[in-house]
Design a protein around this ligand. Structure first.
Ligand SMILES: C[S@@+](CC[C@H](N)C(=O)[O-])C[C@H]1O[C@@H](n2cnc3c(N)ncnc32)[C@H](O)[C@@H]1O
Length: 352
């Protein structure tokens, strides 16, 4: 398949005319208003097509890509997009909405609005109207170590991801997103057997900067993923959600795509992708990034293991796990190279 067929940047005009299918163009980038994109998709597909809708919407806080919208206009934009997107999510699919805070005014007269308050109400209202049994599964806290220093309140160091499903048949690949065990050598006091899961412990809803393998800083000036966009979300964060909530070949949709970080994650994980972005420069940059991700040449920050500083005998990876589980690891990680990379993060068992 030629590059043009595999990955293409459309406008509202060319999308209507030229887009054939996601089999033909698995990476379809749309430079235009996502409201129009959703209308075109609705005309082209009669059945739900999205396996995962994942985005970080504009916060309406005066960023360079934001028009200064009134509260009503802001809600109207998102109401339109959510109302069109929700019915296009498959039964097994999910929606992940990553948001922070609106900060009104500065100094002592400032106040904050956690955007998840606003969005949750909006999602439930729209779902009720559409008769979609939307369920909030997690409100994930993404904590990061850097940011502005507030002088009149505590400095903000987290944002949230609202994860919703549209039925109880949702995809959840727990084995793909296990977190590094703090004490992989821990044994059951009853049987003496190693008691943890060699594929990692079940992931928690606080994605912590310091304590787990999911060490995810935000994309600021020295981050390798930094582009012209002022508010990218880190590829690692979307990769984790994409791995956990979709399967290979599934279709990921980002309605506010920016420089198409979600498209990069989809390409790196062999998923298909469609994303809508108004701005021409971000779209062009996004095209280049997704192209690099497809060619495995994209510069991005990969998840790295965090060693347990306590160095107890339980903190080391048991050799038995490594030997006994090789077949399972291969199945879970797909290639010996990936298994080696996974295993490299564990310290050697000192007793052997
Ligand atoms: C918070 S940014 C998303 C950044 C993105 N997650 C990334 O990693 O690059 C929100 C984006 O939504 C875009 N946007 C706002 N309204 C839009 C609309 N109606 N249709 C398409 N894109 C829109 C803005 O131009 C902005 O780039």
């Amino acid at each position: 398949m030629s590059k043009e067929e595999n990955l293409k940047l459309f406008t509202s005009k060319t999308f209507d005319q030229d887009f054939k299918s996601f089999e033909y163009t698995p990476f379809a980038l749309y430079n235009g208003d996502t409201r129009l994109l959703l209308k075109s998709l609705k005309k082209k597909f009669k059945e739900p097509i999205f396996d995962l809708v994942i985005t970080s919407p504009p916060y309406n806080i005066g960023k360079e890509y934001e028009d200064d919208l009134s509260e009503e206009e802001y809600i109207a934009l998102h109401t339109d997009i959510i109302t069109e997107a929700l019915p296009m999510i498959k039964n097994t699919g999910s929606i992940c909405w990553q948001v922070g805070f609106q900060v009104n005014k500065t100094g002592r007269s400032s106040s904050i609005l956690p955007l998840d308050f606003l969005y949750h109400e909006l999602f439930m209202k729209i779902a009720k109207k559409l008769e979609i049994p939307l369920k909030l599964k997690n409100r994930i806290i993404w904590r990061f170590g850097h940011g502005g220093m507030a002088k009149t309140r505590f400095s903000g160091r987290y944002e949230v991801v609202l994860w919703y499903t549209v039925s109880d048949d949702y995809t959840f690949n727990l084995q793909e997103i296990g977190e590094q065990q703090k004490y992989p050598g821990k044994r059951s006091s009853r049987t003496g057997e190693i008691s943890g899961n060699f594929l990692g412990k079940n992931p928690e809803d606080v994605w912590d900067f310091k304590e787990t393998i999911w060490d995810i800083p935000n994309v600021k000036s020295h981050h390798p993923e930094k582009t012209i966009h002022p508010c990218q979300f880190p590829i690692e964060l979307i990769q984790r959600l994409t791995l956990g909530l979709t399967n290979k070949g599934d279709l990921v949709f980002d309605p506010y795509a920016g420089v198409h970080s979600a498209g990069c994650a989809a390409a790196l994980l062999d998923r298909k992708y469609i994303g809508g972005e108004l701005d021409n420069d971000y779209s062009t940059k996004g095209l280049k990034r997704v192209e690099e991700a497809i060619a495995r040449k994209l510069l991005y920050r990969e998840a790295k293991g965090v060693m347990d500083p306590r160095e107890s005998e339980f903190s080391v990876m048991p050799d038995a796990w490594i030997r006994m589980s090789a077949k399972h690891l291969l199945k879970a990680y797909g290639s010996p190279e990936k298994v080696f990379k996974y295993l490299k993060q564990f310290p050697k068992d000192k007793k052997q």
